[in-house]
Every structure is written in structure tokens, then in C-alpha cells.
Design a protein around this ligand. Structure first.
Ligand code: SF4
Length: 448
């Protein structure tokens, strides 16, 4: 029934969702359906959703609502277009989505992706179904996957989260933390390397607590050693909770040459009072201590972070503490967000009358500091010679390649006039001739 059909997967949110989308694509291809890039060309439109921020919610609703006006694809063997919603919003809203969005056929959650083929089958037979499971007892990831790039792989080592930060919906929709067995994840990493994967990113809501559920204590440092020993050229990981980042893990930035010198370490706020209300379980002093240790281990490490502006009760002094921390650390990148209330979380109950303009003004002031420091951070790479991983042609100019530096910076390289440009997935040496706020410009030297 899926022969000669097409599907699209639209992904909102984090890398974990992107990886889930690769597994959805793998399942659909195993059924005989063909991937397409746009929802207009698709017989099955699958949305992998995120409910961490209000904007992602709104984007999904806008996207799905517009679907009902799209005509059937020319040549489709089906009599209608099918729409499925999965991921965090599917998990959170379940049946309710079928009631609100009449042209949606299937809703599934974060714990039962493997049911999608069966649910779509039912949809083809005229059923509209919402199926959500409350949780799992063990890490399960034996679904086929269709990776976006043959040369890069995301490798989830944990799913779920036990931290319950007061503003965050993730533990409610992704469930409690479950770790993938050590041998299984190392074997998978080895098989990726044997297939030619150059870069592996270990994924988890908090990779640092990997193994606590299986082995009684975190074993993330051992995971790094074992995956690095597979011979993968580039190893990264995300995300790290500052309360669980150990000295042992920090030390790996000094000893593992294939662990890339870049770390995303979400701080969220520079104010101890706000960190306490956020239930982050660390102080700004602890966080700044980690930054010092990281720079001792790897002096040129590129740090990035997340910051929430306007958390309920944030005073000007709290904000100043955040601004001062951001300024003093000097991040390469800061993902800053204005606080958005998520129903069902403890922070949603906190009263706050701070005017929107005040919060917006804080946000704008933060962005100026972020940009200044990011520009300065990139200047340090000017006139250096670095190995970059080619990702493909730039979206706006096919004569320019986009590549990724070890520090996770975007590097643009002109290939104008070259007889043979490097291929995506190739590692090439570049001379950095310009450093902008959000990217570097390099000249090609040689391929590795
Ligand atoms: S660590 Fe906190 S912010 Fe991160 S996923 Fe868990 S609850 Fe959410």
C-alpha cells in the first residue's frame, strides 16, 4: 500500500528530534515510500514536533493548518493526503490534536515511534488514531534509520531527563532518563566508523549522567574513551548539564585528540537566585569554575550556551549578573530566549508582572554583548590554518562551500574556478582570511 507513495518529514526542535526524524525516514523507506523535500510533493506529511518553546508550538500549528489547502500530488496512488504528528507535542497533546486539527490522521508520541507504520496503515483504511505510550523501561533504538549525511551520525546514548528544571517540559514528554547499554553504543559507533562516518555526535538531554540508571554511577568519561578509540575523526557531544560535568570528562578535552574543542554548556542565568528558582542545582561560581577548568584543559575551547531572559521574578540586578557572566566568559555562540511559559511546569505558576518592554530591552542588551564577544572570539582564528569538514554548497552561492571547523564554526570557502571542488564529507585544510561574527571565511589549501 505504500508502493509509489512519497513522504516528507518536517522537524522542529533539537538534535534528538532530528535523529528521531532520521529513524522515521528509515521506517518509511523500509515500507517502500520515497522521501521528498517538500510537503507539497508528499503523500504522507510527518511532523516531528517540539514543545520546549511557544514559538515551535505556533509554527507547527501554522504549518499543519495550511496543509488542508494543498492539493493532491499529481500521480499519487492515494485518494487523499495523510498527515501525522509525532514527537513532543504528539506526546503532550495526544487525542486532543485529532479533535483540534480535523485533517490530521495520526498522532504518536516520543515512546512509540515504531508504531507509525501500523498507524499509517490504519489511516489508509480510514481510521484516525492517536497512540501515546507513557514511558519505557529500557532504552530501545532498533529502528532503521536514514541518515541525513553519510559522513555524520548522531548517536543517542541516553533518552529522557531526570532533572525537572522548573521551566522545562522535556521530562514530562521524553520521560525519565534511560541509558543505552555501553557495549551496544560502542559497537554502533564502530559500525558508523567502518561505514565511513567522519563525525559522531553523542546525544542525550544530559550526556554527563550517562549510565547512572544502568551502572549506578555515571560512566560518560568511559564512553568518550571508547568511542574515541573507534578511530572516528571527529567526536562531539551534547548536551551537558553543568552540575554533572566532571573533572574526568573535562580532562578528555586535553587527552583525546579526536574530541573536538567545542562544548555547549547551558548556563540559563548568571544570577544565583534565578538559578535556584530554575532548579538548576549549581551556582554561577560553580559554573565559572567549570569554565576555568575547561580552559586549563583546552585553552582554545569554543564555548556556547543557552540563556533565558525574563524568567519570572528576574530583577534588573539578576539580569546584570547574567550580562556580566556572558561578557566575562566570552562565548562563541549564545542561544538566548525570552522566557515562555510552559503549562504543567512549576515555573508557569510563578506570578510575574515585569512589563514585556523591560524584558525585550534586556534581551536586546544581551544580544549586543553576545555579538561583541562572538566577534572577538572568531578574531582569534584569523590567519590560522585549520582542518574543516565540508558540508556542501552554500545555500546562496554554489561557488562557495560551507564547512565546519573543529570549534564548530561555519567556514565559507570559495571554490570559484576550481576544476574539482571538495565533496561533502571531505576534510580539507583552509587558511582563515576573514573572521566575522557568526562565520569564518577560508581559502582552500589541501584535502586530507
Ligand atoms: S536538564 Fe533541565 S532543561 Fe535540560 S532537558 Fe532536563 S529538565 Fe529540561
Amino acid at each position: 500500500m505504500f508502493e509509489n507513495t512519497t513522504f516528507s518529514v518536517t522537524t522542529f526542535g533539537c538534535q534528538m528530534n532530528k535523529h528521531d526524524s532520521e529513524r522515521i525516514a528509515g521506517m518509511m523507506q523500509a515500507l517502500g515510500s520515497r522521501p521528498v523535500d517538500t510537503i507539497e510533493e508528499a503523500d504522507f506529511s510527518i511532523f516531528m514536533t517540539c514543545c520546549v518553546r511557544e514559538k515551535a508550538d505556533e509554527r507547527l500549528m501554522g504549518n499543519v493548518a495550511s496543509m488542508k489547502n494543498i492539493p493532491l500530488r499529481a500521480g499519487t496512488p492515494l485518494s487523499k493526503r495523510y498527515v501525522a504528528i509525532g514527537g513532543c507535542i504528539g506526546q503532550r497533546d495526544g487525542e486532543q490534536l485529532l479533535k483540534t486539527l480535523k485533517h490530521v490522521d495520526v498522532v504518536f508520541g516520543t515512546h512509540n515511534m515504531e508504531e507509525l507504520p501500523h498507524l499509517l496503515q490504519e489511516a489508509l483504511e480510514g481510521e484516525r488514531t492517536a497512540s501515546v505510550r507513557e514511558g519505557r523501561d529500557a532504552f530501545v533504538d532498533d529502528l532503521p534509520e536514514s541518515r541525513e549525511h553519510s559522513w555524520a551520525a548522531w548517536l543517542p546514548i541516553t533518552v529522557g531527563c531526570n532533572n525537572f528544571c522548573s521551566y522545562c517540559i522535556v521530562p514530562y514528554v521524553r520521560g525519565r532518563e534511560l541509558s543505552r547499554p555501553f557495549e551496544e553504543l560502542v559497537d554502533l559507533a564502530q559500525s558508523y566508523v567502518d561505514q565511513g562516518v567522519k563525525e559522531i555526535t553523542l546525544l542525550g538531554q544530559n550526556v554527563n549522567s550517562y549510565g547512572r540508571d544502568l551502572y549506578g554511577e555515571p560512566r560518560f568519561a568511559e564512553v568518550l574513551d571508547a568511542v574515541a578509540a573507534t578511530g572516528v575523526q571527529r567526536l562531539r557531544f551534547a548536551t551537558s548539564h553543568p552540575k554533572d560535568l566532571t573533572d574526568e570528562v573535562i580532562g578528555k578535552f586535553a587527552t583525546l585528540p579526536n574530541l573536538m574543542p567545542a562544548l555547549h554548556l547551558p548556563v540559563q542565568s548568571g544570577s544565583n537566585a534565578i538559578l535556584k528558582d530554575m532548579r538548576r542545582v549549581y551556582t554561577r561560581e560553580h559554573y565559572l569554575g567549570l569554565v576555568d577548568k575547561l580552559r586549563d584543559a583546552c585553552p582554545d575551547i569554543a564555548l556556547s550556551t543557552d540563556v533565558i531572559v525574563g524568567f519570572p521574578g528576574e530583577t534588573e540586578q539578576d539580569f546584570q549578573d547574567t550580562l556580566e557572566l556572558i561578557d566575562s566568559v566570552g562565548y562563541h555562540q549564545v542561544f538566548s530566549f525570552i522566557y515562555s511559559k510552559r503549562a504543567g511546569t512549576p515555573a508557569a505558576e510563578i506570578e510575574d508582572n515585569t512589563p514585556r518592554e523591560v524584558i525585550q530591552d534586556r534581551f536586546d542588551r544581551l544580544l549586543k554583548v553576545v555579538e561583541t564577544r562572538a566577534y572577538e572570539a572568531n578574531q582569534r582564528d584569523l590567519d590560522t590554518h585549520i582542518d574543516v569538514l565540508v558540508e556542501g554548497s552554500s545555500k546562496s552561492n554554489s561557488a562557495v562551500l560551507t564547512a565546519r571547523s573543529p570549534k564548530n564554526q561555519t567556514v565559507h570557502i570559495s571554490v570559484d574556478g576550481l576544476e574539482r571542488a571538495p565533496e561533502p564529507g571531505q576534510i580539507v585544510r583552509a587558511h582563515i582570511v576573514q573572521a566575522k561574527t557568526w562565520y569564518l571565511v577560508g581559502q582552500l589549501e589541501d584535502a586530507r
